[in-house]
Every structure is written in C-alpha cells, then in structure tokens.
Design a protein around this ligand. Structure first.
Ligand code: HEC
Ligand code: HEC
Length: 219
C-alpha cells in the first residue's frame, strides 16, 4: 500500500462516499503508523493512560500518585515549566519523557496538567508553545485570571480598587508580594492557578492591580 496515495485519499475524505469512508477507517492506523506527524496531539488523559499511569497510577518507585492531593500540591507549586523540565530530563527514578521518547513537549505538559487536576489542582491546559509566546501585559493576565478572585475580593483576596489593602501589602516590598503570588499564599493559589505564567508576567499583573487600586481617580 502506498502511503502518499492514502494521504491523498484522506485529504478528500470529508466529502467521500460511505464506501470510501469505511476504506479510510480501515487504512487510517496504517497511515498514522507510517507517518506519526499526521496525528494530532494526544490529550493529557490519553498520555497518562498510555504512559505515565504505568507508575503514577500506583505510586510505583515513589511516583506522586494520581489523586494524591498532598503529593501533587507540593510538586505543583514549582509551576508547569519547572515540572516539565523534570519530566523531560527525568528526575531520580522518573525516566526522561516518562520513557516514551515520541511524546512532544506539549503532550508532556498536557499529561502533567491532567495529573495535577486529577489530584485536586485547578490548572488551565497550556497552549502549544511551538507557537512562541509573547509576554502578556499585566492587564491581560489580570483579566484572564486574577479577576476571578481579586475583582470581588473572594476569600479575602485584596480587591482591585481597595487602596488600603494593596498599599499595606506592597509596603512590605514588591518582590516579597510578587514572590507570594508565585508560590501561593493561604487561599491564593501558586501563580494564580495559571501554571504557565512566567515570573515577569506575574510581576506585571501585580503592578497592574496595585496601580489600578492606587490611581487617583479610584477610591
Ligand atoms: C517508570 C515510572 C514512571 C513513569 C512511566 C512516569 N513517571 Fe513521572 N515520576 C516517577 C517517579 C518515581 C517520580 C518521583 C521522582 C522523585 O521526585 O524522586 C516521578 C515524578 C514526576 C513528576 C514530578 C517532578 C517533580 O519535579 O516533582 C512529574 C511532573 C512527572 N513525574 C510526570 C510524568 C509524566 C508526564 C509521565 C508520562 C509522560 C511520567 N511522569 C511517567 C516515575 C515515573
Ligand atoms: C482562586 C482565587 C485567586 C486567584 C485566581 C488569584 N488570587 Fe491572588 N489572592 C487570593 C487570595 C484569597 C489572597 C489573599 C491571601 C492571603 O493573604 O492570605 C490573594 C493574595 C494575592 C496577593 C497578595 C500577596 C501578599 O503577599 O500579600 C497578590 C500579589 C496576588 N494575590 C496576586 C495575584 C495574581 C497576580 C493573580 C493572577 C495571576 C492572582 N492573585 C489570582 C486569591 C486569588
């Protein structure tokens, strides 16, 4: 069977007859097997089921176990980029790439996010970094995420616009306050629960909330 012919068929499969559709279903595994780049990213759940679960489902060799909130909370506070580095390079008994060299970096990130979220985390799935990210502004980050709690002052979050609350915190030193937003602090989740935020983006977001709260026209 010629792969290029199959690819040609696949490209026109949408309008194809039922008969051709059935033929394509039968040939598809062959095409993907021969040319893995045709396949889309697997989901985090799939990668965990196929690979990571071999150890993380049972906690084999000291792997943080799927569903173990304590074990994962500690690891998750390192942030997605740090955890991804460890999963790519391997760490102690954890083999590089979880032993599956064909996984893309993005698939590894989806798998980590899935395991964190199955274990009490609330991470948002990272976008594919093959598309280079431009640093987002403080305003964008705040609207994307921090608003969720800081707009209304949920669970004691310093409210945007509350000059006294923000001044009191930032008085302790901007680095300290940015640091506690990075690592989490009481009911404030590490990186606001958005693990792919860089330190610089978090700093921008803190400065944005602070200046919004202390700008002269606001109370
Ligand atoms: C052969 C067993 C095994 C497989 C397969 C495996 N892991 Fe692990 N993993 C471990 C062990 C053991 C640890 C704990 C390492 C340590 O901290 O000592 C670990 C730790 C981790 C950590 C935490 C790293 C840190 O810095 O705290 C992440 C993230 C992780 N694994 C992701 C994955 C992903 C994603 C996959 C699948 C692509 C995977 N693992 C597959 C054994 C495995
Ligand atoms: C799930 C709710 C929630 C989200 C989302 C959230 N925060 Fe918070 N944040 C809190 C709470 C609650 C506190 C108060 C914690 C305390 O002082 O005990 C807080 C406190 C803070 C503080 C003050 C830390 C200090 O040392 O006084 C900063 C800075 C901060 N958040 C920044 C952010 C940034 C930046 C984002 C968005 C990336 C964000 N937060 C998203 C709930 C949230």
């Amino acid at each position: 069977m010629r792969i290029d012919l199959i690819n040609g068929e696949m490209n026109m499969s949408l309008g194809g007859s039922l008969k051709r559709g059935l033929l394509l279903v039968a040939l598809m595994p062959l095409a993907f097997g021969a040319s893995p780049t045709l396949g889309a990213d697997r989901t985090g759940q799939q990668v965990v089921a196929e690979t990571c679960g071999n150890c993380h489902a049972t906690g084999e060799k000291g792997a943080p176990k799927l569903g173990d909130k304590n074990a994962w909370a500690k690891r998750a506070s390192q942030g997605l980029s740090e955890l991804t580095q460890h999963a790519l390079k391997g760490i102690r008994e954890m083999p590089p790439h979880g032993g599956a060299a064909n996984l893309s970096d993005h698939e590894i990130q989806l798998a980590i996010t899935y395991m964190v979220n199955q274990s009490g985390g609330k991470w948002i799935e990272p976008t594919n970094k093959a598309v280079p990210a431009v640093a987002r502004t403080g305003e964008q980050i705040v609207k994307l995420r921090c608003f969720e709690c800081h707009q209304a002052g949920l669970n004691g979050a310093p409210k945007i616009g509350d000059r006294d609350a923000w001044t009191a915190r930032v008085k302790r030193g901007l680095d300290l306050v940015v640091g506690s937003a990075i690592h989490g602090h009481g009911a404030m989740p590490a990186r606001g629960g958005l693990p792919d935020l860089t330190d610089a983006e978090i700093r921008n977001a803190v400065i944005y909330m602070f200046t919004q709260s202390t700008a002269p026209q606001k109370k």
